[in-house]
Design a protein around this ligand. Sequence first.
Ligand SMILES: [Zn+2]
Length: 104
Amino acid sequence: MSKRIEWVNAAGERRCAGCETYMAPELFNKGGPHAPGGLYRYCKACQARKDRAWYERNKAQAKAKAEAWRKAHPEQSRASHRVASRVWQMNRKLAREAREQREP
Ligand SMILES: [Zn+2]
């Protein structure tokens, strides 16, 4: 708590919260309610990496959840295609959102 992080250095470069490097503001995405100066705390490269990691995590989670459900309800296997379809739709939505964030 004693050391205050300078988000902008004397040259006007911003500090990325991810790679902790000072760089030009153009290398940061705009937006973020808590972002100092109206720019994200993560540079574009770090943000893209974070988004991709989040997507991969959620994709794996959704798949595991569907798999677990199928194993827990073998007698309802006929109904399971509905769950699979929901997971597929969710994956599509996540993929679209991740794509939109990478290419605004
Ligand atoms: Zn960064």
